[in-house]
Design a protein around this ligand. Structure first.
Ligand code: 6GU
Length: 230
């Protein structure tokens, strides 16, 4: 079973991982998730985890020592470890990355706060042969830390693990799964009963029973929707 370790100064954020599909996947023994408090690896009476930036500037930078101790403690096994460092400067998370990470046996999520983690943490683990390091961002906006980004990534990753979704057919044609010319396609709009609601009716073709016409209509709607997002 894949193992996901999270290191954060706000472990309480991850209570959400007990709920819904991810909570069920954990209870069913399909994934093993553990949350760790970075402060357990801090020293001194104040258990400080940050300091002022070399070179000056606003804000604080997370010190490398607690991160090094925390990550070392989670990587004692002989296996390959994938370290995910959450930062707005990272590679943009997408469905393809979710698919790739869902095939990894051990992910460690390092949730930075403030102006980020001392860059030598990334450098150090990149140089270790038993580590792959991924600096990841979930989009072009600034969050206060990597906690919510980790929740986003875990939800996208865990639903791709075999056995997690009740109906794996849902994965076949869903949004961002189909890639055309390097662009991911979003899904066509969906409708259910009643056939008429507040003077709005369901497109006639969907009630026709003509499977060829339905498929063509849905493909055209998916292309329209994908274009309108640009
Ligand atoms: Cl991963 N971290 C922070 N702090 N902000 C972000 C982000 C991550 N992704 C987008 N914005």
């Amino acid at each position: 079973m894949p193992r996901y370790d999270i290191i954060s100064i706000f472990p309480d954020y991850f209570a959400a991982l007990d709920i819904s599909l991810v909570g069920k996947a954990r209870a069913a023994g399909l994934v093993d998730i553990a949350v760790h408090d970075l402060r357990d690896h801090a020293e001194g009476v104040h258990k400080s985890v940050d300091d002022t930036p070399y070179g000056g500037g606003a804000g604080m930078v997370m010190s490398p020592e607690p991160w090094g101790r925390g990550i070392d403690q989670l990587s004692q096994s002989s296996q390959l470890h994938d370290l995910v460092v959450l930062t707005p400067a990272g590679k943009k998370f997408n469905q393809k990355m979710a698919q790739e990470l869902s095939e990894c046996e051990h992910l460690i999520f390092a949730c930075g706060r403030y102006e980020g983690i001392d860059h030598r943490v990334t450098q150090f683990y990149m140089a270790q042969s038993n580590f792959r390091v991924h600096e990841v961002s979930i989009g072009d906006y600034v969050l206060n830390g990597g906690e919510v980004a980790t929740l986003v990534m875990l939800e996208a990753i865990i639903r791709l693990i075999p056995g997690v979704l009740g109906n794996p057919d849902s994965l076949v044609e869903e949004s961002h799964t189909l890639i055309v010319d390097g662009e991911s396609i979003v899904e066509y709009p969906s409708y259910t009963k009643p056939a008429s609601w507040r003077d709005l009716s369901v497109p006639e073709v969907l009630l026709s029973g003509n499977h060829g016409a339905i498929k063509a209509y849905r493909e055209a709607e998916a292309v329209k929707r994908t274009k309108s997002r640009e």
